[in-house]
Design a protein around this ligand. Structure first.
Ligand code: MN
Length: 715
């Protein structure tokens, strides 16, 4: 069992300026907090935090990391609060302890490979500070070393989590021994039989393996030296889990694995690599077919080395890798890169992040002043992502800033389309709530719910935005088919009367295409009329109820019953202008159509009136009184004092239709001192109409000027 003085001794050795007093205080504080607690082994609980601190000291971490190691379980398992820790040990330690506690609360729930990668990222995102992650890894290592005392099911869970999350993280950090120990420990719990078999066999061979390794190291070193090259020869036993993987991958038995010990010879330059190979092959017989020249033909990830297998002393097969120092460095990074290639969904940015981490850890292990070095090193790695869970515990990675609808659409497009609301961690939340790491989100759906236009403001992911736009495009297509159908029926009378010649003349393959293109306003109306061979111009009979198909233009505010010009606006239905509207007249184009716009029962339409009156007291009251009396309501009213004693009132009112409006205008004209009442539509000359709108329109709607004049008269 580790003792606190072992820890402080280690810390003092590598960092003379470390705050040993703080470490001792943390020890006493944690020992008090855990005073009556025991581990599953029956030992006092305090053995665990001290062991964790000891591992951290071996990693040569700074004093605050060591203190965090001692305190890491206090907030989770005792009455101690973060505030207590902050008061005694400062905000930095409190921040680190909080980080370790939060990682501890992440529950690994999926066995899918892809999900494991998301969990790893989530841990990194939660850690925020490199030290948090290192403390967590040390904690996990000690727990794995003492896992045997837990019930079987729990052991399996923790071992699997270690294998899938923590060992890969240690690997990415470049802490090789930690990776291997975590893997071997997990392996022993996950595959106890295979582990036992393998360890028994290894134990049988261990002495001879070690002797072989030492002897070969010496022989090779000497041979290479004799040649006049500088070289480093490293022999290493492969760790159990990698042997196990190899046996599985190659479907071979232990006895057929010839690279239980692997050698690496690192030399100065490329020619020396081939020279060294020559020396080794002259000493030992190469295994045919095992030589690989990855220097001449690098692996796709850039890895370079010479690989060979030889039959060494005592007929022992060995794998040897020969490379330069530069290749060696590249190989180290390349391993990470290779690993990254295999895990889906990682981009180059992630890879760079891990390289940075790796370099950082290397620096850390070589640095004399780790304390200074580690100060405020943040793991700003995956700040661009947020990790959330579905109700079923599936993990989703979304961009940071993602909102509930992004999640709904990430689950499934239909879940998004019919999303009525969400509950986050059991609480109802609205669409503007930013998702946070670890949130559990339940989407409430109903078939009646469909996307609305403002949803686009409540999504951050391209996927959700595209899905919403797609929905509306489909809606528009439906709307244009509906409009097109109406136009077609109006012009041709019935579907069966659309002749093949007509289709050909309009360049449509079939009726459906005709419908769609008519609805989109793609077919000029004069062409349509010509193709229909009809002389009698007709108007379209559309009511406002057509799914909100008709929208009055804001410039002229036409009313149902007015002579209106309609134009299909992509995705918005038909926009109608008053026939006299100057704005409409200014718009070029052939796609205007005459529309017989009928009022919708019970609906009020907004329009604008200009009332000119004599300027006298009580005038406004009489006018608004008259408007109310006639069943219309005032939305807005502006007064313009004119020169002399005249006043102009601009009134926005709501009426049922044109007939209602006419009645209202008559009523207003009857009010004393009202001089003139008229619709607020900019008039234009009849020349303009013919010039700008074009022949086709006149053909369709009929330029029945006389009627129009009469109508205006009535107003
Ligand atoms: Mn712990």
């Amino acid at each position: 069992m580790s003792r606190i003085f072992e820890v402080t001794d280690k810390v003092r050795t590598h960092d003379p300026r470390a705050d040993i007093d703080m470490i001792n205080r943390a020890y006493v504080f944690a020992a008090n907090a855990h005073a009556n607690q025991k581990r599953s082994s029956g030992e006092p609980y305090m053995g665990h935090p001290v062991a964790v601190a000891n591992i951290l000291a071996s990693l040569r971490l700074d004093d605050k990391s060591i203190v965090t190691g001692l305190l890491h379980d206090t907030v989770e398992d005792t009455a101690v609060t973060l505030e207590d820790i902050e008061r005694r040990f400062g905000s930095e330690v409190a921040y680190l302890v909080d980080g370790v506690t939060k990682i501890g609360q992440i529950r690994f729930v999926s066995s899918e490979h892809k999900q494991a990668e998301n969990f790893r990222k989530m841990i990194l995102a939660t850690a925020k500070d490199l030290r948090v992650l290192l403390v967590k890894l040390a904690d996990r290592l000690h727990n794995m070393r003492t896992l045997g005392f837990l019930p079987d099911r729990k052991r399996q869970l923790i071992a699997r989590e270690t294998m899938e999350l923590y060992a890969p993280l240690a690997h990415r950090l470049g802490i090789h021994w930690l990776t291997q120990e975590l893997e071997d420990l997990s392996f022993s719990h996950l595959e106890p039989e295979a582990y036992f078999e393998l360890s028994t066999k290894l134990a049988d061979h261990l002495d001879s393996l070690n002797r072989t390794r030492e002897r070969l190291e010496a022989i090779m070193q000497e041979a290479v030296n004799r040649m006049g090259c500088r070289a480093r020869v490293q022999g290493r036993m492969k760790h159990m889990y990698s042997l196990f993987l190899k046996m599985q991958r190659k479907q071979v038995d232990f006895d057929d694995i010839y690279d239980l010990v692997a050698f690496r010879v690192i030399v100065d330059d490329t020619p020396a690599c081939y020279q060294t190979l020559g020396i080794i092959h002259s000493m030992y017989r190469p295994v045919p077919g095992r030589f690989k020249d990855y220097i001449a033909l690098p692996k796709p990830n850039g890895y370079q080395s010479l690989h060979t297998s030889i039959i060494g002393p005592d007929n022992f097969r060995l794998e040897v890798q020969i490379r330069t120092e530069a290749m060696h460095h590249y190989a180290e990074d390349g391993v990470a890169a290779h690993w990254l290639y295999k895990s889906d969904g990682l981009d180059a940015r992630d890879e760079k992040n891990f390289q940075w981490l790796k370099q950082l850890t290397e620096l850390l292990q070589e640095s004399d002043q780790p304390g200074e070095f580690l100060e405020n090193v943040r793991l700003d790695l995956f700040v661009k992502e947020v990790y959330v869970f579905s109700r079923d515990g599936d993990l989703f990675a979304l961009p940071r800033g993602a909102l509930p609808l992004d999640f709904a659409y990430a689950v499934h497009t239909d879940i998004g389309h019919h999303c009525l609301g969400v509950r986050i961690n059991g609480q109802p939340a609205d669409f503007t709530t930013r998702l946070r790491n670890g949130d559990q989100i339940e989407v409430i759906t109903t078939p009646e719910q469909t996307p609305s236009r403002h949803w686009e403001q409540h999504v951050r992911t391209p996927r959700a935005r595209q899905a919403i736009r797609q929905w509306f495009r489909r809606e528009e297509r439906d709307a244009s088919v509906r409009v097109g159908d109406e136009i077609m029926l109006e012009v041709f009378g019935s579907e069966s009367k659309v002749s093949k010649e007509a289709l050909r003349a309009l360049h449509c393959a079939d009726i459906d295409e005709l419908r769609t293109r008519l609805g989109r306003g793609e077919i000029p109306l004069d062409q349509l009329m010509a193709a229909s061979k009809r002389n009698a111009p007709r108007r379209l009979h559309l009511t406002g109820t057509e799914q909100g198909l008709i929208r009055p233009a804001k410039c002229c505010l036409p009313l149902p019953g007015d002579k209106v010009l309609g134009r299909f606006e992509h995705g918005k239905g038909i926009l109608v202008h008053h026939q006299e509207c100057a704005v409409a007249a200014a718009e070029e184009g052939e796609a205007w159509m005459g529309v017989d716009w009928r009022p919708e029962e019970g609906k009020l339409y907004r329009t604008s009136l200009e009332i000119k009156t004599l300027n006298r007291r009580g005038m406004l009251a009489s006018v608004s009184g008259a408007i109310a009396e006639l069943g219309a309501s005032i939305d807005d009213l502006r007064i313009h004092q004119l020169a002399g004693d005249m006043t102009t009132l601009n009134v926005l009112i709501e009426v049922k239709d044109r007939v209602h409006m006419a009645k209202l205008m008559r009523g207003l004209r009857a009010v004393a001192d009202v001089v003139r009442v008229r619709r607020n539509i900019q008039l234009r000359t009849s020349e303009n109409i013919s010039q700008r709108i074009g022949r086709s329109l006149r053909t369709l709607i009929g330029s029945r000027k006389d009627d129009d004049e009469k109508n205006r008269e009535k107003e």
